[in-house]
Ligand binder design. Structure first.
Ligand code: PAF
Length: 287
């Protein structure tokens, strides 16, 4: 695996790989890697059975543009040495780890990519500007790496929806694939932010997925009221933890539009604060 910090060198390596006939897969991350990230690397590597017909590129960049002024940009966990060895072991060929100066030489970007409507709900409503920052940096990464495919985790359901929409609307010639959330044995979704949890918060956090699973079972059992489902999830989380609910919402799974009755496939998405840590999770219920 090579570690490259500059855009120019990354472009050169990728051009060379493409000239050798390789397919390029990009896995964008903010680092502090966990098995969710590594499962995507392994999925990319499995495509060529280890034959190296695919160039697996991972980016590690904590993007300041997607953090609000009072969010955790400064304290977001960073450990490039640890990440590099995990990435290499999992099968990454090229690790692109630029500095903020390399990505934003003028200190920011005068140009932004804005996806409307689907960014106005869920995390988009709670974190103004977040998805503009995500869409802008992902566009930059796509322009730098020019991958054939890009992989994202389903835990950030809305993020995947925003990126798919952006790629479709802007005719970017990239296939977006999303991968199932990887969980701890007690159901907690893996996230780099889990590192912030105190031991008491860590013990309570699995209630999120339990509440989502119970809701899914109720829907499968015939419940069609989004309001009753949301109320049940909120009650369960409040009764069993000190988590402060940011949102619990239900939207159509395909386009994040409103549902009055659960008669189509839906996503139940939630965000809950445990102390200063904001966790998100979701479940798809196929109807
Ligand atoms: O999901 C993330 O880690 C980030 O939002 C991403 C896609 C790497 C953009 O900074």
């Amino acid at each position: 695996m090579v570690i490259i910090n500059t855009i120019a060198d990354t472009r050169e390596s990728i051009l060379w790989a493409k000239q050798q006939g390789k397919k390029v897969v990009l896995i964008p991350t903010m680092g502090f890697l966990h098995d969710g990230h590594l499962s995507m690397v392994k999925a990319a590597r499995r495509q060529d059975n280890g034959d190296k017909e695919i160039l697996v590129v991972m980016s590690i960049f904590v993007n300041p543009l997607q953090f609000g002024p009072n969010e955790d940009y400064e304290k977001y966990p960073r450990d490039l040495t640890r990440d590099a060895s995990l990435a290499e072991e999992a099968g990454v060929d090229l690790l692109f780890a630029p500095s903020v100066k390399e990505m934003y030489p003028a200190g920011g970007s005068l140009t932004a990519v804005q996806v409307s409507r689907i960014t106005e709900v869920l995390c988009g409503a709670s974190r103004p500007g977040h998805f503009e920052g995500v869409a802008t940096v992902v566009t930059k990464l796509f322009n730098i790496v020019q991958p054939h495919e890009a992989y994202f985790g389903q835990k950030d359901y809305q993020q995947v929806a925003v990126i798919r929409q952006m790629v479709k609307d802007l005719n970017m010639p990239i296939t977006i694939r999303s991968f199932p959330t990887v969980r701890e044995s007690d159901g907690l979704a893996l996230s780099s932010r889990n590192a912030y949890l105190s031991s008491e918060e860590r013990q309570q956090a699995p209630i999120l997925y339990r509440a989502l699973q119970e809701a899914s079972a109720r829907i499968t059992g015939g419940e069609i009221s989004p309001d009753r489902i949301k109320a049940a999830i909120k009650q369960r989380i409040s009764e069993e933890s000190n988590g402060k609910i940011d949102y619990v919402e239900i939207y159509r799974a395909d386009d994040l539009s409103e549902v009055e009755q659960i008669t189509v496939s839906i996503v139940i998405a939630l965000a809950v604060h445990f102390g200063t840590t904001r966790l998100i999770d979701n479940i798809i219920v196929e109807v």
